[in-house]
Design a protein around this ligand. Structure first.
Ligand code: FES
Ligand code: FES
Length: 147
C-alpha cells in the first residue's frame, strides 16, 4: 500500500510517496528523489556501491528498507559537500583515487562512516573492503592516511 513519508536526507526533510515501506532505500533516493550519486551494483550487499549513512551507521541502501529510514538522518554522497570541500572528498581528489568511479561513492561513504565512528588514518582501510573492479585500493590506502 502506498505511503507518504518524510525522509531527512542530507539535512533536508523530503516528503515522498512510496508504493511499499519495504522498498529499498536506494530506489527512493535515486528514482524518487533524484539523488543518483549512490550507485546500484550487486543488490545483494556484496559490492558496497550503494553505501549511505543512516544515523551514524553505514548501510547498504540496496537492501535497507525505506520504512526503516524514517526519523533518522540519511547522508548520501551528495550530502558531504556541494563544492568538494569535505575532507574525504579532498583526500580523494588530491590523491586521484577514482578510476571509472562507479564504486567510489560507496568507498567515500564507508570512509566517512568510519571517521564518524572515531577511526582515522590507516585503520580506516579495515572498513574499505568493498569491491573496486578497477583496483584502486592502493590509492584509497594513501588517501585515508591523512584522515
Ligand atoms: S548494490 Fe548494494 S551492496 Fe552492491
Ligand atoms: S574505480 Fe572503477 S570500480 Fe572502483
Amino acid at each position: 500500500m502506498a505511503s507518504t513519508i518524510t525522509l531527512n536526507v542530507n539535512g533536508v526533510n523530503r516528503s515522498v510517496t512510496v508504493p511499499d515501506l519495504n522498498m529499498p532505500l536506494l530506489w527512493v533516493l535515486r528514482d524518487f528523489l533524484g539523488l543518483t550519486g549512490t550507485k546500484y551494483g550487486c543488490g545483494i550487499e556484496v559490492c558496497g556501491a550503494c553505501t549511505v549513512i543512516v544515523g551514524n551507521q553505514r548501510e547498504h541502501a540496496c537492501v535497507f528498507n525505506v520504512g526503516s529510514a524514517v526519523g533518522k538522518r540519511i547522508t548520501t554522497i551528495e550530502g558531504l559537500s556541494s563544492d568538494n570541500s569535505h575532507p574525504v572528498q579532498k583526500a580523494w581528489i588530491d590523491n586521484q583515487v577514482p578510476q571509472c568511479g562507479f564504486c567510489q561513492p560507496g568507498m567515500i561513504m564507508v570512509t566517512e562512516a568510519a571517521r564518524r565512528a572515531g577511526r582515522h588514518g590507516a585503520e580506516i582501510m579495515n572498513d574499505c573492503t568493498h569491491l573496486c573492479v578497477c583496483g584502486t585500493y592502493q590509492r584509497i590506502k594513501i588517501a585515508v592516511t591523512g584522515l
